[in-house]
Design a protein around this ligand. Structure first.
Ligand code: CP
Ligand code: NVA
Length: 325
Protein backbone atom coordinates (compact mmCIF):
# COMPACT_ATOMS: atom_id res chain seq x y z
CA UNK A 1 0.00 0.00 0.00
CA UNK A 2 1.21 3.53 -0.74
CA UNK A 3 2.30 5.30 2.45
CA UNK A 4 -0.36 8.07 2.21
CA UNK A 5 -3.06 5.42 1.66
CA UNK A 6 -1.73 3.53 4.70
CA UNK A 7 -2.12 6.67 6.83
CA UNK A 8 -5.63 7.30 5.53
CA UNK A 9 -6.70 3.72 6.15
CA UNK A 10 -5.18 3.74 9.69
CA UNK A 11 -7.15 6.91 10.40
CA UNK A 12 -10.40 4.99 9.97
CA UNK A 13 -9.24 1.54 11.18
CA UNK A 14 -7.65 2.76 14.42
CA UNK A 15 -10.10 5.49 15.43
CA UNK A 16 -11.68 4.69 18.79
CA UNK A 17 -9.48 1.63 19.37
CA UNK A 18 -7.49 0.95 22.53
CA UNK A 19 -3.83 -0.04 22.79
CA UNK A 20 -3.40 -2.30 25.81
CA UNK A 21 -0.66 -4.54 24.45
CA UNK A 22 1.44 -4.55 21.30
CA UNK A 23 -0.48 -7.46 19.80
CA UNK A 24 -3.56 -5.20 19.66
CA UNK A 25 -1.89 -3.73 16.55
CA UNK A 26 -1.27 -5.71 13.38
CA UNK A 27 2.10 -5.51 11.65
CA UNK A 28 0.81 -2.96 9.15
CA UNK A 29 -0.79 -0.87 11.92
CA UNK A 30 2.52 -0.82 13.83
CA UNK A 31 4.30 0.28 10.65
CA UNK A 32 1.73 3.00 10.01
CA UNK A 33 2.02 4.40 13.55
CA UNK A 34 5.78 4.46 12.99
CA UNK A 35 5.38 6.20 9.64
CA UNK A 36 3.05 8.79 11.15
CA UNK A 37 5.35 9.26 14.17
CA UNK A 38 8.29 9.92 11.83
CA UNK A 39 6.25 12.38 9.75
CA UNK A 40 4.94 14.27 12.77
CA UNK A 41 8.50 14.40 14.16
CA UNK A 42 9.70 16.10 10.96
CA UNK A 43 6.68 18.41 10.90
CA UNK A 44 7.32 19.31 14.52
CA UNK A 45 11.02 20.05 13.90
CA UNK A 46 10.15 22.16 10.86
CA UNK A 47 7.37 24.04 12.67
CA UNK A 48 4.56 22.82 10.41
CA UNK A 49 2.44 20.73 12.79
CA UNK A 50 -1.29 21.27 12.36
CA UNK A 51 -3.77 21.13 15.29
CA UNK A 52 -5.24 17.76 14.32
CA UNK A 53 -6.44 17.05 17.88
CA UNK A 54 -8.02 20.47 18.45
CA UNK A 55 -10.86 20.20 20.95
CA UNK A 56 -9.76 16.73 22.15
CA UNK A 57 -8.88 15.93 25.76
CA UNK A 58 -6.82 13.02 27.10
CA UNK A 59 -7.11 11.97 30.75
CA UNK A 60 -3.94 10.57 32.32
CA UNK A 61 -4.51 8.09 35.15
CA UNK A 62 -1.23 7.19 36.86
CA UNK A 63 -0.93 4.69 39.73
CA UNK A 64 2.88 4.78 39.52
CA UNK A 65 5.48 7.57 39.11
CA UNK A 66 6.59 8.77 35.66
CA UNK A 67 8.73 11.41 33.99
CA UNK A 68 8.89 10.50 30.29
CA UNK A 69 5.44 9.00 29.81
CA UNK A 70 3.53 11.72 31.58
CA UNK A 71 5.43 14.59 29.97
CA UNK A 72 5.36 13.12 26.46
CA UNK A 73 1.62 12.42 26.55
CA UNK A 74 0.95 15.94 27.80
CA UNK A 75 3.28 17.58 25.25
CA UNK A 76 1.91 15.37 22.43
CA UNK A 77 -1.62 16.58 23.15
CA UNK A 78 -0.50 20.23 23.39
CA UNK A 79 1.50 20.12 20.15
CA UNK A 80 -1.45 18.62 18.28
CA UNK A 81 -3.84 21.31 19.55
CA UNK A 82 -5.58 19.26 22.26
CA UNK A 83 -5.17 19.15 26.02
CA UNK A 84 -4.60 16.69 28.84
CA UNK A 85 -5.66 16.29 32.44
CA UNK A 86 -3.27 14.52 34.82
CA UNK A 87 -4.97 12.53 37.56
CA UNK A 88 -2.51 11.54 40.29
CA UNK A 89 -3.17 8.46 42.46
CA UNK A 90 -4.40 10.61 45.35
CA UNK A 91 -6.87 12.49 43.12
CA UNK A 92 -9.09 9.63 42.07
CA UNK A 93 -7.88 6.71 44.22
CA UNK A 94 -8.73 4.23 41.49
CA UNK A 95 -10.57 1.23 42.90
CA UNK A 96 -10.73 2.73 46.41
CA UNK A 97 -12.77 5.93 46.19
CA UNK A 98 -14.76 4.37 43.37
CA UNK A 99 -14.54 1.38 41.08
CA UNK A 100 -12.35 1.24 37.96
CA UNK A 101 -15.56 0.81 35.95
CA UNK A 102 -17.26 3.93 37.36
CA UNK A 103 -14.13 6.00 36.74
CA UNK A 104 -14.02 4.86 33.12
CA UNK A 105 -17.76 5.37 32.53
CA UNK A 106 -17.60 8.88 34.00
CA UNK A 107 -14.50 9.90 32.04
CA UNK A 108 -16.16 8.59 28.86
CA UNK A 109 -18.76 11.37 29.21
CA UNK A 110 -16.16 14.17 29.27
CA UNK A 111 -12.92 13.27 27.56
CA UNK A 112 -11.83 11.60 24.32
CA UNK A 113 -9.30 9.08 25.60
CA UNK A 114 -7.46 7.72 28.63
CA UNK A 115 -3.77 6.94 29.04
CA UNK A 116 -3.33 4.76 32.13
CA UNK A 117 -0.27 3.56 34.04
CA UNK A 118 -1.30 0.77 36.39
CA UNK A 119 0.05 -2.02 38.54
CA UNK A 120 -2.24 -4.88 37.42
CA UNK A 121 -2.60 -5.20 33.65
CA UNK A 122 -6.20 -6.21 34.36
CA UNK A 123 -6.89 -2.60 35.42
CA UNK A 124 -6.19 -1.20 31.92
CA UNK A 125 -8.34 -4.01 30.48
CA UNK A 126 -11.21 -3.10 32.83
CA UNK A 127 -10.90 0.61 31.98
CA UNK A 128 -11.13 -0.23 28.27
CA UNK A 129 -14.01 -2.68 28.64
CA UNK A 130 -16.22 -0.50 30.82
CA UNK A 131 -15.93 2.86 29.07
CA UNK A 132 -16.64 3.98 25.53
CA UNK A 133 -13.37 5.80 24.75
CA UNK A 134 -9.93 4.49 23.72
CA UNK A 135 -7.55 3.48 26.51
CA UNK A 136 -3.78 3.49 26.02
CA UNK A 137 -1.59 1.40 28.31
CA UNK A 138 1.01 3.85 29.61
CA UNK A 139 2.80 0.89 31.33
CA UNK A 140 1.30 -1.97 33.28
CA UNK A 141 3.03 -4.86 35.06
CA UNK A 142 2.66 -6.86 31.84
CA UNK A 143 3.52 -4.51 28.96
CA UNK A 144 4.81 -1.07 27.98
CA UNK A 145 3.56 -0.77 24.39
CA UNK A 146 4.21 2.97 23.95
CA UNK A 147 7.84 2.41 24.88
CA UNK A 148 8.10 -0.35 22.27
CA UNK A 149 6.65 1.93 19.55
CA UNK A 150 9.15 4.69 20.40
CA UNK A 151 11.96 2.14 20.47
CA UNK A 152 11.02 0.88 17.02
CA UNK A 153 11.09 4.46 15.72
CA UNK A 154 14.57 4.85 17.24
CA UNK A 155 15.74 1.56 15.70
CA UNK A 156 14.35 2.59 12.30
CA UNK A 157 16.30 5.86 12.48
CA UNK A 158 19.56 4.36 13.70
CA UNK A 159 19.63 1.01 11.90
CA UNK A 160 17.36 1.33 8.84
CA UNK A 161 18.07 4.96 7.98
CA UNK A 162 14.37 5.62 7.33
CA UNK A 163 11.03 5.70 9.13
CA UNK A 164 9.06 5.58 5.86
CA UNK A 165 9.38 1.91 4.88
CA UNK A 166 12.04 0.46 7.19
CA UNK A 167 13.29 -3.10 6.74
CA UNK A 168 13.89 -4.70 10.14
CA UNK A 169 14.79 -8.16 8.86
CA UNK A 170 18.44 -8.92 9.49
CA UNK A 171 18.54 -6.73 12.61
CA UNK A 172 19.43 -8.51 15.82
CA UNK A 173 18.23 -7.14 19.16
CA UNK A 174 19.66 -8.52 22.40
CA UNK A 175 17.82 -7.72 25.63
CA UNK A 176 19.91 -8.43 28.73
CA UNK A 177 18.32 -8.30 32.18
CA UNK A 178 14.88 -8.78 33.65
CA UNK A 179 12.22 -10.28 31.35
CA UNK A 180 9.80 -7.53 32.43
CA UNK A 181 7.02 -5.38 30.90
CA UNK A 182 9.47 -3.59 28.57
CA UNK A 183 11.00 -6.90 27.42
CA UNK A 184 7.52 -8.41 26.89
CA UNK A 185 6.42 -5.61 24.55
CA UNK A 186 9.75 -5.73 22.69
CA UNK A 187 9.36 -9.46 22.06
CA UNK A 188 6.00 -8.95 20.38
CA UNK A 189 6.94 -5.84 18.39
CA UNK A 190 10.14 -7.54 17.16
CA UNK A 191 8.18 -10.60 16.08
CA UNK A 192 5.60 -8.42 14.30
CA UNK A 193 8.07 -6.49 12.17
CA UNK A 194 10.33 -9.48 11.45
CA UNK A 195 13.26 -8.39 13.65
CA UNK A 196 15.24 -11.01 15.56
CA UNK A 197 15.34 -10.73 19.33
CA UNK A 198 17.13 -12.76 21.98
CA UNK A 199 16.15 -12.17 25.57
CA UNK A 200 18.81 -13.17 28.11
CA UNK A 201 17.61 -13.27 31.70
CA UNK A 202 18.34 -15.39 34.75
CA UNK A 203 16.07 -18.44 34.90
CA UNK A 204 12.75 -17.55 36.57
CA UNK A 205 12.75 -13.84 35.62
CA UNK A 206 10.28 -13.80 32.77
CA UNK A 207 9.25 -13.27 30.09
CA UNK A 208 5.51 -13.69 30.60
CA UNK A 209 4.65 -17.11 29.16
CA UNK A 210 1.48 -15.92 27.39
CA UNK A 211 3.31 -12.99 25.79
CA UNK A 212 6.18 -15.26 24.70
CA UNK A 213 3.77 -17.68 23.05
CA UNK A 214 2.09 -14.73 21.29
CA UNK A 215 5.49 -13.51 20.04
CA UNK A 216 6.48 -16.99 18.86
CA UNK A 217 3.27 -17.50 16.92
CA UNK A 218 3.58 -14.07 15.23
CA UNK A 219 7.27 -14.82 14.49
CA UNK A 220 6.29 -18.07 12.77
CA UNK A 221 4.49 -15.90 10.18
CA UNK A 222 6.97 -13.04 9.83
CA UNK A 223 10.20 -15.06 9.98
CA UNK A 224 11.56 -13.23 13.03
CA UNK A 225 13.86 -15.29 15.24
CA UNK A 226 12.67 -15.02 18.85
CA UNK A 227 14.80 -16.71 21.50
CA UNK A 228 15.10 -16.80 25.28
CA UNK A 229 18.33 -17.80 27.01
CA UNK A 230 20.09 -17.50 30.36
CA UNK A 231 23.41 -16.65 28.70
CA UNK A 232 24.02 -12.90 28.17
CA UNK A 233 27.17 -13.50 26.08
CA UNK A 234 25.25 -15.71 23.66
CA UNK A 235 22.50 -13.07 23.30
CA UNK A 236 24.88 -10.17 22.68
CA UNK A 237 27.08 -12.00 20.13
CA UNK A 238 26.93 -9.97 16.86
CA UNK A 239 23.92 -7.96 18.07
CA UNK A 240 22.99 -4.69 16.35
CA UNK A 241 21.21 -3.46 19.46
CA UNK A 242 21.84 -4.18 23.15
CA UNK A 243 18.91 -3.21 25.37
CA UNK A 244 18.54 -3.34 29.12
CA UNK A 245 16.18 -2.11 31.83
CA UNK A 246 16.12 -1.98 35.64
CA UNK A 247 16.21 -5.22 37.61
CA UNK A 248 13.54 -4.03 40.04
CA UNK A 249 10.47 -2.58 38.36
CA UNK A 250 7.95 -0.27 40.01
CA UNK A 251 5.88 -2.32 42.43
CA UNK A 252 8.68 -4.82 43.13
CA UNK A 253 10.57 -2.67 45.64
CA UNK A 254 10.32 -5.31 48.38
CA UNK A 255 12.22 -7.75 46.14
CA UNK A 256 15.08 -5.34 45.54
CA UNK A 257 17.70 -7.06 47.70
CA UNK A 258 16.85 -10.53 46.38
CA UNK A 259 16.96 -9.22 42.82
CA UNK A 260 20.35 -7.56 43.33
CA UNK A 261 21.62 -11.01 44.31
CA UNK A 262 19.90 -12.84 41.46
CA UNK A 263 21.20 -10.40 38.83
CA UNK A 264 24.78 -10.28 40.10
CA UNK A 265 27.02 -10.52 37.02
CA UNK A 266 24.27 -9.35 34.65
CA UNK A 267 25.46 -5.74 34.21
CA UNK A 268 25.84 -4.54 30.61
CA UNK A 269 29.53 -3.61 30.70
CA UNK A 270 31.99 -2.38 28.08
CA UNK A 271 33.44 -5.91 28.18
CA UNK A 272 30.08 -7.47 27.26
CA UNK A 273 29.58 -4.85 24.51
CA UNK A 274 32.76 -6.09 22.79
CA UNK A 275 30.78 -9.16 21.69
CA UNK A 276 28.19 -7.05 19.85
CA UNK A 277 28.76 -5.52 16.41
CA UNK A 278 31.32 -2.68 16.64
CA UNK A 279 28.65 -0.13 15.67
CA UNK A 280 25.91 -1.63 17.87
CA UNK A 281 23.62 0.81 19.65
CA UNK A 282 22.79 0.70 23.37
CA UNK A 283 19.19 1.18 24.43
CA UNK A 284 17.49 1.67 27.82
CA UNK A 285 13.95 2.89 28.41
CA UNK A 286 15.07 4.90 31.50
CA UNK A 287 15.11 5.52 34.39
CA UNK A 288 18.49 3.74 34.69
CA UNK A 289 20.59 2.60 37.61
CA UNK A 290 24.22 3.10 36.62
CA UNK A 291 26.42 0.39 38.09
CA UNK A 292 23.51 -2.05 38.38
CA UNK A 293 21.97 -3.15 35.05
CA UNK A 294 24.31 -0.94 32.99
CA UNK A 295 27.79 0.53 33.48
CA UNK A 296 27.99 4.33 33.46
CA UNK A 297 30.61 4.30 30.68
CA UNK A 298 28.22 2.29 28.49
CA UNK A 299 25.02 4.29 28.98
CA UNK A 300 26.95 7.57 28.80
CA UNK A 301 29.19 6.41 25.94
CA UNK A 302 29.04 7.12 22.19
CA UNK A 303 26.95 4.03 21.30
CA UNK A 304 24.11 5.01 23.61
CA UNK A 305 20.87 6.30 22.05
CA UNK A 306 18.84 6.45 25.27
CA UNK A 307 17.86 10.12 24.94
CA UNK A 308 16.80 9.60 21.31
CA UNK A 309 14.49 6.91 22.69
CA UNK A 310 13.20 9.33 25.32
CA UNK A 311 12.60 12.00 22.66
CA UNK A 312 10.84 9.51 20.40
CA UNK A 313 8.27 8.72 23.11
CA UNK A 314 6.80 12.11 22.15
CA UNK A 315 6.77 11.51 18.39
CA UNK A 316 5.54 7.91 18.50
CA UNK A 317 2.71 8.91 20.84
CA UNK A 318 1.78 11.86 18.60
CA UNK A 319 1.51 9.31 15.79
CA UNK A 320 -0.58 6.95 17.90
CA UNK A 321 -2.92 9.60 19.34
CA UNK A 322 -3.48 11.11 15.89
CA UNK A 323 -5.09 7.79 14.89
CA UNK A 324 -6.89 6.68 18.10
CA UNK A 325 -8.54 9.94 19.19
N1 CP B 1 10.46 4.97 30.07
C1 CP B 1 9.45 5.43 30.82
O1 CP B 1 8.30 4.98 30.70
O2 CP B 1 9.79 6.41 31.69
P1 CP B 1 8.86 7.01 32.86
O3 CP B 1 8.66 5.90 33.87
O4 CP B 1 9.63 8.17 33.42
O5 CP B 1 7.55 7.42 32.27
N1 NVA C 1 10.37 -2.00 33.91
C1 NVA C 1 10.30 -0.65 34.43
C2 NVA C 1 10.09 0.32 33.32
C3 NVA C 1 10.02 1.78 33.74
C4 NVA C 1 9.75 2.68 32.58
C5 NVA C 1 9.19 -0.58 35.46
O1 NVA C 1 8.12 -1.14 35.23
O2 NVA C 1 9.40 0.05 36.51
Amino acid sequence: MHTSDAIQSAQSLLKGRSLLKISDLSESEIRTVLLQGGRLKRASTEGRLTPILEGKTLALIFEKPSLRTRVTFEVAMTRLGGRSIYLAPADIQLGKRESVEDVSRSLSRWVDGIAARTFAHETVVRLAESGSIPVVNALSDLEHPCQALADLLTIAEHRCGTTEEPDFSGIKLAFVGDGNNVANSLLVISASVGMSMTLARPEGFGPDEGVLQEALSIAAKTGARIQVTNDPQEAVQDADIVYTDVWTSMGQEEEREARLQAFRGWCVTAELMKLAKPDAIIMHCLPAHRGEEIAAEVIDGPQSVVFDQAENRLHAQMGLLSFLL
